[in-house]
Design a protein around this ligand. Structure first.
Ligand SMILES: CC(C)(COP(=O)(O)OP(=O)(O)OC[C@H]1O[C@@H](n2cnc3c(N)ncnc32)[C@H](O)[C@@H]1OP(=O)(O)O)[C@@H](O)C(=O)NCCC(=O)NCCS
Length: 153
C-alpha cells in the first residue's frame, strides 16, 4: 500500500473495546476530560459515537446526538501527535455529513472561550456564535464561559 493510502482516515462506530485508547487520548488532550462512564453512557444511549482510524490506529473520535432536526456535537477530538494534519477538519466534515443524512437542519456545539484552535476550526467551517453560556466549564481557577456555536446544514 502506498504512503498516501496509509494516511487516509477511515471512520467506524466506536466500540467498548476502543475505550482504553479513547480515554488515553481524552485524558492527554483535555484539562477536564470526559470520564469512561461518559463514553459508556453515550454508547448505551445510542448516540453517534464514531472513531477515526489511520493505518488501523484510532487517532480521533467524536460523539453527536441527533434529535428533532437538530444535531448536537458533544465531543470532537484528535490525538495530540496527530493534530495539525487536517484530520480534525475531516472528522468535523464527517459528523456534519452524518447529521445531514440523519435529517438534521442545524448543528450546535459548545466550545470553551479559551479554545482558540477549536473556535478557529468551527468558524472556518461556517459556524456562527449563537450565545454565551456563562461559567459553563470548570477550570483550574474556577469557571469559564462556553460559546454556543451553530451551523445551518
Ligand atoms: C480542535 C481539534 C479537533 C482540531 O484538530 P486538528 O487535526 O489539529 O485540526 P486540523 O489540522 O484539521 O486544522 C483545522 C483547523 O483548525 C485550526 N487549527 C488547528 N490547529 C491549530 C493551531 N495549532 N493553531 C491555530 N489554529 C489551529 C485552523 O483553523 C485549522 O485550519 P487551517 O489548517 O486551514 O489553518 C484538535 O486540535 C483537538 O482535538 N483539540 C483538543 C480537543 C478540542 O479542543 N476539541 C474541540 C472541543 S469543542
Amino acid at each position: 500500500m502506498s504512503a498516501l493510502a496509509d494516511s487516509v482516515p477511515r471512520m467506524r462506530p466506536m466500540k467498548k473495546t476502543d475505550l482504553a485508547r479513547v480515554m488515553a487520548i481524552e485524558t492527554a488532550i483535555y484539562t477536564h476530560p470526559w470520564t469512561r462512564g461518559n463514553f459508556v453512557d453515550s454508547l448505551k444511549a445510542g448516540y453517534t459515537c464514531h472513531v477515526m482510524q489511520v493505518s488501523g490506529k484510532v487517532i480521533g473520535y467524536g460523539v453527536m446526538t441527533v434529535a428533532a432536526n437538530e444535531a448536537h456535537l458533544l465531543n470532537l477530538s484528535i490525538a495530540g501527535e496527530w493534530q495539525r494534519q487536517g484530520y480534525g477538519r475531516s472528522l468535523l466534515l464527517y459528523f456534519i455529513d452524518t447529521a445531514r443524512r440523519a435529517g438534521a437542519l442545524q448543528m450546535l456545539l459548545e466550545v470553551r472561550l479559551s479554545n482558540f484552535i477549536g473556535r478557529s476550526l468551527y468558524f472556518s467551517m461556517g459556524f456562527y456564535s449563537v450565545a454565551i453560556r456563562p461559567g459553563y466549564y470548570p477550570t483550574q481557577q474556577g469557571r469559564e464561559d462556553a460559546i454556543i456555536m451553530g451551523l445551518n446544514l
